[in-house]
Ligand binder design. Structure first.
Ligand code: NAG
Ligand code: NAG
Ligand code: NAG
Ligand code: NAG
Ligand code: NAG
Ligand code: NAG
Ligand code: NAG
Length: 914
């Protein structure tokens, strides 16, 4: 080789030199002259390379020039930084990787490097397009230009670099499509174009690159299908097409790529099914086909892929079962199939895999038990099986699964006592066991997981208390234990959870106060304590939770007034204090919360005027309080429904269900006259009995007025969920007396409620009218129930059934009244024997009684009450044939300031006129 080169140069040189020196030629002198001549030529090449490099350096910015300070004309380029020469002193490599260089390639004369094998300018800040002239690097084998800012297309001229073996242009901003001429790079082994902005399709000519070992087109915008020709590339080891817009299906001849180790086509639009010959790819280590539209089932031949470590299929439409051949995949580390349509039992073969690190069968339709030995090798870090139909217990092997980082078993049908199935996990971050059938206690061990940030166990049957130890979990941010049967006090130790963002413990049976220690939750955004038996005043420390967005204390027994410190909750969007025993006025603090959108204060004892809300409120419910005066003139109030404002003391304003606040006296008088006329005409029907009525009424009016004062005081303490009767009877007494409303105590049943006969511990017999619907559901039935409670609380009369108490509880709502042995009037009238016994004298007595009661309701009470459904069904008879009006579900408490034109209510044919 050297000889041939020398002789060629000699020929040229001889012709130049022979004129002057031919007579001096000896063999040695000839050789000397020849080498000298050679050096001259090489010097010329080197000079060209040198000046090309210097010129290029000159075009770069100052900092780049400083990085290349060794590039000076006094020193041989072979000794410059990043320059490599061969023995014949030609530049064979330019490697200036990661030198912070900035500039373009347009100032580099490529033709000055005829022997260059390697150009590595990666990890710099070169920009501009790749010049067509790069094709002048005729010998180049490695072109590495990755991690720069090159833009524009891949030059077609580059496809003439016949020696090119490695083309690495990853991490640039190249656009356009991959040239069809790529097929000419017959020596190409590695084509790495990932993380650019390439579009167009993959040219089928790629199938001619028979030496290709690695092709990486990840994260571009390449569309079209995966060309079938690619399966000609039997040397291919890595095929990476992830994050593009590829469509069509996986080539059916994929099984030909027998040397493939990495097959990654995730995040495309690939459809069709997984070819069963995939089982021929026995060297496959990574199979990542997630986030596509692949359907069909997992071929059983998958069991041949004994080297498989990554089986990643999530977010496709894959159906069918997991083949039992999975037992062969003993090297499996990642099994991720979430969000598919897989079903059936998980093969027990999964119990044999010891390297498992990630196991994600989540969001499918799997049934049957979880693999009990899933953490056999102790390497499991992520186990997410949520949203399936798994049954049976938590896998035993989880107890000692010390690397566990994430555990999601929520939304399944798992069972068992979980008091003691979990261990202590140093790396555990996230646990969700919600919505299963777990029972037992919450283990204090969770607090020993130092990195635990989320613990969710809602919607199970857990009992016992919240372990105070949980307060020691240093990083706990989310604690969700709602909808269980947790009892006991709210542990003040939870105040130590200074990182807390969310606490949801609603719908349990917790009691006691909210401890002042909660003030330490300075970052909390969501606090949900609804539907428990918590009581006492709402602590003013709640006002210190300034990041709160959502606060729900509803359906508890909180007393006293709403703390004015609420004014500090300036982020709060949703506040629910409904169904408590709160009294006093609505503090102006609430009106000053600028972000508040939803406010529910209903079913309390709040009184006085409503402060002037100016904020962004969208929804409001202030019903069932003692509020009065004008409503604020903001849409939330003005557009509020009747139900959201009803049952207050006297509200007025521009809402459709209210009267205007400043009615001219003329109108008001006119209306009063109409009302009086109505009532009088109604009363006239019973004119004969008026005298009796008046005398009775005077008596009862006095008696009830005194009683009412008493009741009012008691009620303000005990209005919701428990008792007025003797102050002593408790919810549980009624439950016990009726054995939880057992049918054997049932004495009557209607569309909305059932009536039970109950014997209380002290011996009294009472009737318990239990509503079918829960009171918190805003059904017409529950509305009727509240009306009845309210009406009966207002009136006391010998001929009106005596209310002994009521209960509005999330589980059961009921009303207790005296039990009348005689039953209802309609029963008496329809029973032949009883009807005969029911002689005229007795009938008159009943009529008198009813009239007296009605008179009392209309005139003796303030505000007046209209029953609106007097019928024989609603008149009860005692053993002395004394009438007692009952069923006040459709009654209306007349607001003397309102028009009271409402929809029809009552039994047709019986209801009062007007
Ligand atoms: C260029 O040099 C770096 C070290 O400076 C080396 O890691 C890299 O492999 C070289 N590039 C080539 C293509 O040899
Ligand atoms: C792939 O190989 C087959 C023969 O095995 C040949 O017929 C076909 O032309 C090749 N495709 C390409 C694109 O080279
Ligand atoms: C697979 O690769 C091996 C070397 O790793 C090579 O010897 C063999 O020829 C390749 N197989 C095919 C079908 O090209
Ligand atoms: C490839 O897979 C198919 C179908 O699974 C099978 O019939 C064929 O024998 C396999 N080829 C090789 C070389 O293993
Ligand atoms: C894979 O498993 C099946 C059945 O479970 C078995 O018949 C087959 O021989 C196994 N293949 C390998 C390579 O172990
Ligand atoms: C689990 O492995 C054992 C031995 O390693 C083998 O006998 C058993 O058949 C395997 N079970 C399954 C379901 O593959
Ligand atoms: C806990 O988390 C921190 C940071 O989040 C991490 O540095 C540390 O290694 C973790 N501890 C353990 C035991 O994993």
């Amino acid at each position: 080789m050297v000889f041939i080169k020398l002789s060629l140069i000699r020929l040229i040189l001889c012709s130049l030199l022979s004129l002057h020196y031919s007579h001096l030629f000896t063999f040695s002198s000839f050789a000397f002259a020849a080498i000298t001549a050679n050096e001259v030529a090489e010097n010329q090449e080197m000079e060209a390379s040198e000046s090309a490099l210097l010129e290029w350096r000159e075009s770069l910015d100052n900092q780049s020039q400083a990085s290349l300070s060794s590039w000076t004309s006094g020193v041989s380029p072979c000794r410059w930084k990043g320059i490599v020469c061969d023995e014949s002193i030609s530049v064979t490599a330019i490697n200036v990787t990661n030198l912070g260089l900035q500039g373009t390639l347009h100032t580099l004369n490529f033709s000055s490097f005829p022997k260059l094998l390697t150009l590595d300018i990666s990890h710099n800040s070169f920009s501009g397009t790749i010049p067509q002239q790069i094709a002048n690097l005729s010998s180049v084998s490695q072109l590495i230009m990755s991690a720069n800012n090159f833009s524009g297309p891949i030059p077609i001229s580059m496809m003439k670099l016949a020696s090119l073996s490695i083309l690495n242009l990853e991490y640039n901003k190249l656009s356009g499509s991959i040239p069809e001429e790529i097929g000419e790079l017959q020596n190409l082994k590695s084509l790495i174009l990932q993380w650019n902005q390439l579009s167009g399709t993959i040219p089928p000519t790629i199938g001619r690159l028979s030496n290709l070992v690695r092709v990486d087109l990840t994260e571009n915008s390449i569309s079209g299908t995966i060309p079938t020709s690619i399966t000609n590339l039997t040397n291919l080891e890595l095929l990476q097409f992830s994050n593009n817009r590829l469509s069509g299906s996986i080539p059916s001849s994929i099984g030909d790529l027998v040397n493939l180790t990495v097959f990654e086509i995730d995040d495309n639009r690939i459809s069709g099914s997984i070819p069963s010959n995939i089982g021929n790819l026995t060297k496959l280590v990574s199979m990542v086909i997630a986030i596509n539209m692949i359907s069909g089932s997992i071929p059983t031949s998958i069991g041949n892929l004994v080297n498989l470590q990554f089986f990643v299929l999530y977010e496709n439409n894959i159906s069918g079962v997991i083949p039992s051949t999975f037992g062969n995949l003993t090297n499996l580390e990642v099994f991720s199939v979430f969000n598919n349509k897989l079903e059936g039992r998980l093969t027990p073969a999964l119990n044999n895999i010891t390297n498992l690190n990630i196991f994600r069968p989540a969001i499918n339709s799997f049934t049957g038990p979880l693999p009990q030995q899933i953490c056999l090798g102790g390497l499991l870090e992520s186990f997410t099986a949520e949203s399936n139909y798994f049954t049976g217990p938590v896998p035993k092997s989880l107890k000692n699964c010390s690397r566990l980082y994430r555990l999601k078993l929520n939304e399944n049908q798992l069972t068992g006592n979980i008091s003691d199935v979990f261990g202590v996990y140093p790396e555990l971050d996230y646990v969700d066991l919600s919505s299963n059938n777990f029972y037992g206690h919450i283990s204090p061990n969770w607090a020993k997981c130092p990195n635990l940030t989320s613990l969710k166990m809602s919607n199970n049957n857990l009992s016992g208390g919240i372990p105070p130890e949980l307060g020691q979990a240093p990083n706990l941010r989310v604690l969700v234990l709602s909808s269980n049967h947790l009892t006991g006090k709210f542990p003040k130790e939870l105040g130590n959870l200074t990182a807390l963002l969310e606490l949801s413990i609603g719908d349990n049976e917790l009691s006691g106060n909210i401890p002042a220690e909660i003030a330490a939750w300075s970052g909390i955004t969501r606090l949900e304590l609804a539907a428990n038996n918590l009581g006492g005043p709402v602590p003013k420390q709640v006002g210190e939770l300034r990041k709160l967005l959502y606060l729900n204390l509803s359906k508890n027994e909180f007393t006293e007034s709403i703390p004015s410190e609420f004014s500090q909750l300036q982020s709060l969007q949703d506040l629910d204090l409904s169904c408590n025993l709160l009294n006093g006025e609505i503090p102006a603090a609430l009106a000053s919360m600028q972000r508040l959108e939803t406010l529910n204060l209903s079913h309390n004892n709040l009184s006085g005027a409503i402060p002037d809300f100016q904020n962004s409120l969208l929804n409001v419910d202030i019903s069932n309080n003692q509020l009065e005066g004008s409503i604020p003139s903001i849409p939330a109030f003005l557009n509020a429904s009747f139900d959201a404002l009803k049952n207050n003391k006297g509200l007025c304003g521009k809402a459709s269900s209210l009267v205007p606040c400043h009615t001219p006296p003329h109108d008001k008088m006119k209306r009063n006259v109409i009302m009086l006329a109505l009532l009088l005409s109604f009363g006239a029907l019973f004119l004969l009995l008026l005298v009796v009525g008046i005398s009775l009424c005077i008596y009862y009016r006095r008696a009830t007025k005194a009683k009412k004062e008493e009741d009012k005081e008691e009620k303000s303490q005990d209005h919701y969920s428990l008792w007025i009767y003797d102050g002593k009877i408790e919810y549980k007494d009624i439950i016990e007396a009726t054995e939880g409303f057992d049918d054997k105590y049932l004495v009557g049943e209607g569309g909305t409620a059932s009536v039970y006969k109950a014997k209380l511990p002290a011996g009294q017999i009472v009737a318990v009218k239990k509503l079918h619907a829960a009171p918190n559901e805003e059904t017409p039935d529950s509305k009727a129930f509240s009306t009845e409670v309210k009406a009966l609380a207002e009136i006391k009369h010998r001929n009106i059934v005596k209310s002994l108490g009521y209960c509005l509880h999330p589980r059961f709502s009921f009303l207790i009244y005296e039990f009348l042995e005689g039953g209802s009037l309609d029963k008496v009238l329809t029973d032949d024997t009883r009807a005969t016994m029911f002689d005229w004298e007795r009938r008159v007595k009943v009529v008198k009684g009813v009239a007296s009661a009605l008179y009392h309701m209309h005139h003796g009470c303030f505000p007046p009450i209209v029953h609106r459904d007097i019928s024989s069904k609603n008149v009860l008879i005692d053993l002395d044939y004394e009438a007692h009006i009952s069923d006040f579900g459709t009654a209306k408490i007349l607001n003397p300031d309102s028009q009271n034109i409402t929809a029809f209510a009552g039994t047709y044919g019986y209801s009062a006129p007007g």
